[in-house]
Design a binder for this molecule. Structure first.
Ligand code: COA
Length: 160
């Protein structure tokens, strides 16, 4: 049987405990999970793509079936180039649903063979996003509930 490969795309600026929770769940469901930083995101990022890839690599090194990359252009094309049959996205709350549904259906229209799979992170991370984390870091708040220690350190260094 062919390997089941999933892509988990996002901005990851920076990766949080919520993302890590989704990565862990995806890694238990698929043979291989490729966490991929979107290069062409319209968002103005704090960390460079290289820095975000580096942080993801560091954080996921304990998962033997998780790889890290970045991609440019259409997600479905990247997924196809990696022989992925699934796109993983986290659904934190009802407010995520409309946007995620639109993306999932558009991606399906673009490529019928790639299925979007939604995973719910632990409810203790359902309010979390990277913007909040960056804001807390900018004002010197305690990051220990939101990101691993090494990511908190990178944030402090970046915002010094
Ligand atoms: N835990 C914590 N935060 C989470 C989370 C989780 N489990 N899941 C999502 N988030 C947060 C992210 O931190 C991010 O926060 P921010 O906006 O404060 O930075 C926010 O939710 C958005 O999530 P993200 O996963 O980064 O998605 P995105 O909407 O920025 O990225 C892409 C969407 C990159 C996947 C999409 O634009 C894409 O595929 N682009 C490529 C071009 C393409 O193919 N376009 C057509 C798509 S139909």
């Amino acid at each position: 049987m062919s390997k089941k490969i999933a892509i988990y795309p996002g901005t990851f600026d920076p990766v949080t405990f919520g993302h890590i929770d989704v990565i862990k769940r995806a890694a238990s469901l698929f043979d291989e999970v490729i966490v991929s930083v979107a290069v062409s995101s319209p968002k103005k990022a704090l960390f460079t793509v290289k820095e975000r890839v580096g942080m993801l690599k560091n954080i996921t090194s304990k998962f033997r079936n998780v790889g890290i990359s970045s991609f440019n252009g259409l997600l479905v094309n990247y997924a196809k180039s990696k022989n992925a049959s699934a796109i993983v996205r986290g659904l934190r709350a009802v407010s995520d649903f409309e946007y995620e549904l639109q993306m999932a259906l558009t991606n399906r229209k673009l490529n019928e063979n790639i299925t979007t799979v939604f995973l719910m992170p632990n409810e203790k991370y359902s309010y979390l996003n990277s913007t909040l984390v960056r804001e807390i870091a900018a004002y010197g708040g305690d990051l220990s509930s939101f990101v691993p220690r090494e990511i908190a350190k990178k944030l402090r260094e970046k915002l010094k």
